[in-house]
Design a protein around this ligand. Structure first.
Ligand code: SAM
Length: 275
């Protein structure tokens, strides 16, 4: 818990949207600036506090003026300063502007992005990863990240041109789970090369498969490979799979939503670990 003296020093409240720090933080809604700065935004006291518990201190912390005595906010302020970051007290209307939401949270943090190189993923350390081929929808990606965390799987591998896991929409949909797992980026060729060395199984998912997902070999270590929302898995990635499974479609729809299909696969993996 925080020592009050650490955050009692007065800071000028920022009120103008033309303030340089505010402009920079607002620009993090755009992928181009997230790439340039290597930062991303996470909103809300709960998410920022959980990030801190996982060892992530914000580089910048926007907090609503008047709320600094909240002990959790005070802890974030101390951690931000200790990490060499800056605390920026702002008015509520500026929080609205930075978050782009009418009803924003009381704190917004800007954090350093992180990534694991594919070559660092060693079979012996793997329980379960999810690999996503060209995922487009940030809501789907955030939901999948949240579900990977729910089953305590290792992380997500983003293959080829994917939506950004550090976008505000994806981080929101992940409910902060982005801070709890590893994120790796690669091309499909790199994934195929990696798979040659990987001693576990790669389980692909495709509507066309005649293998019911409940009959697959779900032993760890494994990588669950999911296809793009529109196109599904391309042949070259299917060929890298040890098994390809399908969830039966018994109604009128021809496919499940990608995040739902990933959730079903992850929970089938989990169920098989406890058998
Ligand atoms: N038109 C695409 C196709 O033919 O594959 C549909 C793609 S689906 C919306 C997106 C991804 O979710 C698929 O590539 C697959 O990984 C997974 N998926 C969705 N429904 C599935 C099912 N019933 N069985 C297996 N995978 C499924």
């Amino acid at each position: 818990m925080s020592d009050m003296s650490d955050y009692s020093e007065q800071q000028t409240v920022i009120t103008s949207s033309s303030n340089q720090d505010i402009k920079r933080l607002r620009s993090l809604h755009e992928r181009k600036y997230r790439k340039q700065t290597g930062w991303f935004l996470a909103e809300g006291l709960r998410i920022c506090t959980e990030a801190l518990q996982k060892g992530f201190a914000p580089q910048r912390l926007l907090d609503e003026d008047g709320r600094q005595t909240d002990p959790l906010i005070a802890d974030l302020i101390i951690a931000c300063k200790k990490a060499g970051g800056r605390v920026l007290p702002v008015t509520r209307s500026l929080l609205v502007k930075v978050s782009n939401k009418d009803n924003p949270q009381t704190v917004i943090g800007a954090y350093q992005q992180f990534s694991t190189n594919l070559s660092e993923i060693k079979t012996a350390d793997v329980r379960c990863w999810v690999a996503l081929d060209r995922i487009r929808d940030p809501g789907n990606l955030g939901t999948i990240i949240r579900t990977i965390d729910a089953v305590a799987a290792d992380g997500v591998i983003l293959i080829d041109d994917c939506t950004d896991p550090f976008s505000v929409e994806s981080v929101r949909a992940s409910m902060g789970a982005i801070f709890t797992l590893k994120v790796s980026h690669c091309t499909s060729e790199e994934f195929i090369t990696f798979k040659r060395e990987f001693k576990g199984s790669v389980i692909g998912t495709a509507l066309q498969s005649s293998v019911d997902y409940r009959t697959a070999d779900w032993r760890a270590p494994c990588i669950i490979l999911m296809g793009n929302e529109q196109a599904g898995l391309p042949t070259k990635l299917r060929q890298a799979c040890d098994q390809i499974i399908a969830m039966p479609m018994q109604g009128h729809s021809d496919s499940l939503n990608l995040a739902v299909a990933t959730g079903i696969s992850l929970y089938e993996f989990l169920r098989n670990q406890s058998d």
